[in-house]
Design a binder for this molecule. Structure first.
Ligand code: FUB
Length: 338
């Protein structure tokens, strides 16, 4: 995430609203929960927030995380287990600082953890690490994934066995510096009347460690078929991509960042285009909003975070609540505070 503004008052008991869910763990701060069901158990791949005493800046420098802890639970409402350190920044040969939001997948007896971290030149890149166990420990590949950049990787397995990596985040996530897949350190944020920066996708190779194709932009369209402008910042992509499939349709969800919504758009294939539908989760306590959507035992769940435990935007706690669809396939908007 980028800019850290004052923590919003959404959901504070002071305004008469109460959270609909409680933090899943409270012994550590966790955020950006990517949840998956592996062998019937829910595994959550979150960021591990720490207070690194880094001064707040517009690029999210105070989100200075250094390792990952994987959480797991038998079912929603059950006991949550912290499996300890799964990957440490010091064991990623190319890493500089800021281990941000990860995601994971499984193929042929191996688990793959995708993670963004700044390299030693302070450019965000995406790496992959492997383990025989869903909870790790994971071993990082010696180099970042060739052609991958920016932050917030999310991996999606389609029904035909193909895997896709979606990624990107503007502002502190540096996506505005990548045009035509080339890095421009001076790449600026778009102006209000310019087309908003788009998230990216590429199909993964059979070993899930590289791309089989050039990275493409993911088009998110309004109901008139037009791309959003930067001034549509209550709907345009900022960061935190997630892909899931429901009734044969592809649901691309994401955070609008500086307007703090979690939105979604629906498409007919993994590349899109995706047509904007509405809000999944209204703004939560804290600046960032980041989630995953997963089915378990016949129900759909939204994993998300807020800052209920700390009141500080960089010290978050993961939560879960049920997600419901309308008969037409649209998602019922969730307000995390009632
Ligand atoms: O956790 C660091 C960053 O904050 C993530 O990469 C963003 O999505 C935001 O949640």
């Amino acid at each position: 995430a980028a800019l850290c503004l004052a923590v919003s008052s959404y959901g504070q008991s002071g305004n008469g609203k109460q959270p609909i869910s409680q933090p899943l763990v409270s012994h550590i701060y966790t955020a950006d929960p990517s949840a998956h069901v592996f062998k019937g158990r829910i595994y959550i791949y979150p960021s591990h927030d720490i207070d690194a005493a880094v001064k707040e800046d517009d690029d999210g420098g105070h989100f200075a995380m250094r390792d990952y802890h994987i959480l797991s639970l038998k079912k929603v409402g059950g006991k949550v287990k912290d499996h300890g350190v799964a990957l440490d920044i010091q064991d990623i040969p190319w890493a500089g600082r800021q281990l941000w939001a990860p995601d994971a997948t499984y193929k042929d007896g191996m688990y793959y953890l995708y993670f963004p971290v700044k390299d030693k030149q302070d450019v965000f890149r995406i790496g992959v690490a492997t383990s025989k166990k869903p909870q790790g420990p994971f071993k990082a590949e010696p180099e970042p994934i060739k052609g991958a950049y920016s932050i917030d990787p999310t991996v999606f397995k389609d029904d035909d066995g193909s895997f896709y990596l979606y990624f990107g985040g503007i502002w502190g996530g540096q996506l505005q510096r990548w045009n035509n897949n080339q890095y421009d350190p001076k790449g600026a944020l778009r102006k209000g009347n310019e087309t908003a920066v788009l998230p990216r996708v590429a199909k993964l190779s059979a070993d899930l460690k590289s791309f089989t194709e050039e990275v493409k932009e993911v088009k998110i369209l309004d109901k008139d078929g037009k791309l959003f402008l930067e001034s549509n910042n209550d709907k345009r992509f900022f960061e935190a991509a997630w892909m899931h499939k429901y009734n044969g349709k592809y649901y691309f969800s994401y955070s609008t960042g500086d307007t703090h919504n979690l939105c979604y758009a629906i498409g007919d294939n993994p590349y899109g285009p995706f047509t904007y539908q509405g809000i999944v989760l209204k703004p939560v306590q804290g600046w960032t909003n980041h989630h995953s959507i997963v089915e378990h035992q016949g129900k759909w769940y939204l994993f998300y975070h807020d800052v209920q435990l700390s009141g500080k935007t960089h010290l978050r706690n993961v939560k879960v609540t049920e997600l419901k669809y309308n008969p037409d396939g649209t998602i019922q908007t969730i307000d995390a505070y009632k």
